[in-house]
Design a protein around this ligand. Structure first.
Ligand SMILES: NC(=O)c1ccc[n+]([C@@H]2O[C@H](COP(=O)([O-])OP(=O)(O)OC[C@H]3O[C@@H](n4cnc5c(N)ncnc54)[C@H](OP(=O)(O)O)[C@@H]3O)[C@@H](O)[C@H]2O)c1
Length: 282
């Protein structure tokens, strides 16, 4: 990051769900690259503090704050903490997400409800509560997934047309995600054109929200706020049951690149990015 990027107030960055996996590696990378305070967050205070201790052993000094993205009170406490101690936010990495295992016993409708509440609704709520704190030149990164593209490609043409709507709004995306949840509850999601993937559909929502949010930032009075979503690749973590082709640090490469985009970046901006390259969702 160029020195010109540094704000006059204390720079501040936070990563959701960073006690383990890719989020943990993103915090490690930010501690090395970001010229300000880095906050590791976790829904479990115990797990979060344990992870901070591990990074301390490497000589890195992230701070800790509890954050459960599905708990509005927790998100608001985070906002108040930021407001009081930093007066704003320079980098937000929305990393937290869940995925049911193939062998999970919960009914599909339950899996859809819970996965949507975390991956899409939780992420969107974090954005709604924390975006007012973003300072000029802030960078926002959403961890989405190629699973979103894979799932979108298997949805009906009618749904795909709605995903690609040039007039897409956050309300329309929320309606789409809600339709999926309600269709799954009634067990008619396939008839209604959806693919059988709870996780993949939530990631369609995350990728789509990026496009709308960048449009809004581009009209914002705060200059040069950039949001991108990305796929980290197939990374060995608990989410993949320790399968994959990349280490967590390799998986953190693209999110870190997006978090550290220099001032007045024109591209990537409001895009879906894999291995540092812009991709289309469909
Ligand atoms: N691994 C891959 O191959 C891969 C591929 C594509 C995309 N991604 C995306 O990359 C991101 C990180 O995944 P990962 O593989 O590192 O997964 P992971 O190892 O399972 O880590 C997920 C993190 O999210 C946290 N989390 C879950 N629900 C939360 C909530 N309600 N509030 C706050 N934190 C919560 C978890 O906390 P707990 O420890 O408390 O559960 C954990 O810290 C996710 O968005 C995932 O969809 C991963």
């Amino acid at each position: 990051m160029s020195a010109a990027w540094v704000c006059s107030v204390t720079d501040f960055t936070t990563v959701t769900g960073s006690n383990k996996g890719i989020g943990y590696a993103i915090v490690r990378g930010l501690c090395k690259q970001f010229p300000g305070d880095v906050i590791l967050t976790a829904r479990s205070e115990e797990n979060g503090r344990e992870s901070v201790k591990k990074l301390n052993e490497e000589g890195l000094k992230p701070l800790f704050h509890q954050l459960d993205i599905t708990d509005d009170a927790s998100v608001r406490r985070m906002r108040d903490f930021l407001q009081m101690n930093y007066g704003g936010l320079d980098v937000l990495v929305n990393n937290a997400a869940i995925a049911y295992k193939m062998a999970a016993k919960e009914p599909f409708s339950k899996q859809v409800e819970v996965t949507m509440a975390t991956n899409f609704c939780g992420t969107l709520n974090v954005c709604r509560v924390l975006f007012p704190l973003l300072r000029p030149h802030a960078r926002v990164v959403h961890l989405s997934s190629r699973s979103g593209s894979f799932t979108a490609a298997r949805c009906s043409k009618a749904l795909q047309t709605r995903f690609l709507d040039p007039e897409l709004s956050m309300l329309k995306i929320e309606q789409l995600m809600n339709e999926f949840v309600e269709s799954a509850k009634a067990d008619i999601h396939k008839t209604n054109g959806w693919h059988d993937s709870a996780y993949g559909t939530t990631k369609i929502g995350v990728t789509l929200m990026t496009y709308v949010q960048q449009r809004e930032f581009s009209a914002d009075s705060r200059p040069d706020i950039v949001v991108n979503s990305c796929c980290p690749g197939f990374v060995v973590t608990d989410l993949t049951s320790q399968r994959g082709t990349k280490t967590i640090d390799e998986g953190a490469d693209t999110p870190l690149y997006l978090a550290m985009l220099p001032a007045n970046t024109t591209s990537p901006k409001g895009q879906f990015v894999c291995e540092r390259e812009i991709k289309t969702m469909l």
